[in-house]
Design a protein. Structure first.
Length: 265
């Protein structure tokens, strides 16, 4: 059956607004997107990339939309972030006893869990994930436990835009993959400055922003999923307008999401 679904899903080019206007109503994935646009559950479903419908048409509809441009881009972003995190952590552990990591708007914490779980040095990583959604906090905590990441992984309910002053100069690495997609330029720069204060000297931030979406109208009209789209050059300009002294791209400019690395000197 999975092979048949893949074959059927590839019979037409992917287009959210295309010739199957009733298909979205049959997709459990799309139903979740409409219930919680921008929430952690749609992203987890995108990362899992598995149809969940009970019927053939539901599974076909799920496969059709999960194969969309932005969904594919989100999975590439996850792979890039996971690879970057693993490299950063291993490099720091070659020079220090432990590494402290913070994720703002952590959602399911898929990137950090994937980067750390099963590593020989996992017990030397201290992690804090912060999210405003209690369901996301619970979900990520359960995933970390299932991956064998117990005492060193913590999740807290909180506003990622207002990290407390008690966290300043506390972290070696900070990540935020989706939060900036919803922030105006001035708010984004202010948050970058706050993150700069949270990092220890030599600490590094990885953040990302969405750059484009061939189905933007459908996202906004059908799902009420509204993001701010910026070209890579503008994202780099915002990062350089902050207190960070070193700024550089992590991902390619042709992706739908653009990842940026910022270092505090």
């Amino acid at each position: 059956m999975p092979d048949l679904l893949d074959l059927l899903a590839r019979t037409k080019p992917y287009d959210f607004i295309g010739s199957w206007p009733r298909l979205a109503a049959r997709s459990p994935f799309m139903a979740q997107c409409r219930r919680t646009p921008g929430g952690f559950l749609p992203l987890e479903m995108i990362y899992d990339n598995q149809p969940i419908g009970d019927t053939l048409i539901q599974r076909l509809a799920d496969r059709y939309y999960l194969n969309g441009a932005l969904c594919r881009g989100a999975r590439v972003r996850l792979q890039q972030a996971t690879h970057w995190l693993r490299q950063q952590i291993e490099d720091r552990l070659s020079r220090q006893e432990s590494v402290s990591v913070l994720s703002l708007a952590s959602g399911g914490a898929r990137d950090v869990i994937a980067a750390v779980a099963g590593a020989s040095w996992a017990d030397r990583v201290q992690y804090l994930g912060v999210d405003i959604d209690p369901e996301a906090v619970k979900y990520a905590h359960e995933r970390a436990l299932a991956a064998g990441l117990n005492g060193q992984f913590r999740f807290e309910l909180g506003n990622a835009l207002r990290p407390p002053r008690a966290w300043e100069n506390r972290f070696d690495i900070v990540t935020s993959l989706g939060l900036f997609d919803y922030l105006r330029d001035s708010t984004a720069v202010r948050l970058l400055d706050r993150i700069h204060a949270l990092l220890r000297p030599g600490g590094t931030l990885l953040f990302g922003m969405v750059t484009s979406n061939p189905n933007q109208r459908f996202f906004e009209d059908y799902m009420n999923w509204k993001m701010i789209y910026r070209p890579p050059e503008r994202i780099l300009e915002l990062a350089r307008a902050s207190k960070f002294a070193r700024v550089g791209p992590v991902s390619g400019r042709d992706d739908y999401f653009f990842l940026v690395e910022c270092q505090r000197l």
